[in-house]
Design a protein around this ligand. Structure first.
Ligand SMILES: CC(C)(COP(=O)(O)OP(=O)(O)OC[C@H]1O[C@@H](n2cnc3c(N)ncnc32)[C@H](O)[C@@H]1OP(=O)(O)O)[C@@H](O)C(=O)NCCC(=O)NCCS
Length: 167
């Protein structure tokens, strides 16, 4: 059975592993290999620890099967991109666990967290070329808001923003 819960600091190493593995698999062929292969687990872990240090306005939500973490999401209450809006900053399911309803479960948990904190709007940014994720967000009821170019330093990619106005 899949267990969904809020993460604690002890979960950071597994969150970093799930995030890195899923991120590499999802963006292979979309982002340059060099970019995907130079990101280290330690760097990822440091970023997550920094996010934890931001306090109660950011939460990691995890999905576990038995003792194994199979998916994770990072949700913030105050989006830097959109006023008065929560944001799901990341959502990653390990490749072999995708398409089993786990993404939908994490999505619902994120909505619950945002609602519980007095908000009913949320956005998500997704690479335009990540068509599988775009289909998933559309299935979750996301409405196209805008497209912008994300500058990754050595390359730029179009990113689609989906919004939910009445969660
Ligand atoms: C995108 C992602 C988060 C979806 O999570 P998931 O657990 O695989 O999706 P679910 O099983 O909950 O799917 C729910 C519904 O969304 C839609 N959907 C999900 N993945 C889809 C795909 N690849 N193609 C088309 N529709 C899809 C379907 O309607 C699906 O329902 P169904 O399986 O009954 O047809 C997951 O596949 C993932 O982690 N992908 C790689 C990383 C990524 O791209 N993350 C998003 C970054 S912004």
């Amino acid at each position: 059975m899949i267990n969904i819960r809020m993460a604690t600091l002890e979960d950071v190493p597994a969150i970093a592993e799930v995030g890195l593995e899923s991120w590499r698999a999802a963006y292979r062929g979309i982002m340059p290999d060099e970019h995907l292969d130079t990101m280290t687990l330690e760097e990822r872990q440091r970023r997550i620890e920094k996010a934890f240090a931001r306090g109660n306005t950011v939460k990691f939500i995890i999905a576990q099967q038995g003792g194994l973490m199979v998916g994770m999401s990072c949700v913030v209450l105050d989006s830097a991109k959109e006023a008065d809006c929560g944001e799901m900053e990341t959502l990653y399911i390990l490749p072999e666990w995708q398409r089993r309803g786990i993404g939908a479960k994490l999505f619902k948990a994120a909505v619950k967290y945002i609602n519980a904190n007095g908000k009913n709007k949320m956005i998500i940014s997704v690479l335009e070329a990540n068509t599988n994720a775009c289909k998933f967000y559309e299935r979750m009821g996301g409405v196209y808001l805008r497209t912008f170019d994300w500058d990754f330093g050595n390359f730029r990619l179009p990113v689609v923003v989906y919004c939910w106005d009445d969660l």
